[in-house]
Design a protein around this ligand. Structure first.
Ligand code: PEP
Length: 245
């Protein structure tokens, strides 16, 4: 039985005043887990204010420490109170040129530090229109996830690049096709037990108005939410829909 997960990615948004949203999100506490990934400077304060909500980072370096100006290690995230880290978000892949191999190395570092990783995969619009979606997703899964994956240390988020922040989402059939494909790929590589226990999130323009139908799709175990996780009023409705699914 996979516990549903509502994960919020605040990206480069928020200051300490916005941590008040965490208290308001507590009202949606139910059977689903709730995770908020604020910008790094807020992690420590967020972890103190979070109550039942888990706190995560949005990236980590593959090394534990050293001469990497501006970077943050998984050990530091853990020390600041994080339990999770998002890795391989498409904005990291495009803005920072992160490859599957980079994501895989970061994932190993996250697990070594005791963090759970949310590994993001997703196709661009060109790739979807060229009917390459499943090839792309299969390649990203194979390249980005280390061999030691378990249902405890890994969550996978399917985030079509063209759906992030655009208000566009794939059809429910398209979401189901990718999630079923990812489940099969994980079972083939890690065995049925592990493959069935890894949670698969959908991400890309999830809103209160479309959350319930997305959560009804096979193998969708929750959502990775950007814009609609910034305000508790919206995120609470998404969590409520997940609790009801
Ligand atoms: C995201 O950045 O992971 C995301 C899904 O963003 P949005 O919900 O705003 O599309």
């Amino acid at each position: 039985m996979r516990v549903k997960l509502a994960a919020g990615n605040w990206k480069m948004n928020g200051t300490r005043a916005d941590l008040a949203q965490l208290a308001a999100m507590q009202e949606a506490t139910g059977k689903a887990e709730i995770l908020i990934c604020p910008p790094s400077p807020l992690i420590s304060a967020a972890a103190e204010a979070a109550g039942q909500i888990a706190i995560g980072g949005q990236d980590c370096h593959a090394n534990t420490s050293g001469a990497h100006t501006g970077d943050i290690s998984a050990v530091m995230l853990k020390d600041a109170g994080a339990s999770h880290v998002i890795l391989g978000h498409s904005e990291r892949r495009s803005d920072h040129g992160e490859s599957d191999a980079d994501v895989r190395a970061k994932c190993v570092a996250a697990w070594d530090a005791g963090l759970k990783s949310i590994v993001c995969v997703g196709e661009t619009l060109d790739q979807r229109e060229a009917h390459n979606t499943l090839d792309i997703i299969g390649g990203q899964l194979a390249g980005s996830i280390p061999d030691a994956a378990t249902g405890h240390n890994l969550v996978v988020a399917y985030e079509p690049v063209w759906a992030i922040g655009t208000g566009k989402i794939p059809t429910l059939d398209q979401i189901g096709e990718v999630h079923d494909f990812m489940r099969v790929k994980l079972e083939q590589r890690f065995g049925e037990g592990v493959g069935r226990s890894v949670r698969l999130l959908y991400g890309g323009s999830v809103k209160p108005g479309n959350a319930a139908e997305i959560f009804g799709v096979s193998n969708v175990d929750g959502a990775l939410v950007g814009g609609a996780s910034l305000k508790a009023a919206d995120f609470v409705l998404i969590i409520t829909a997940l609790n009801a699914s």
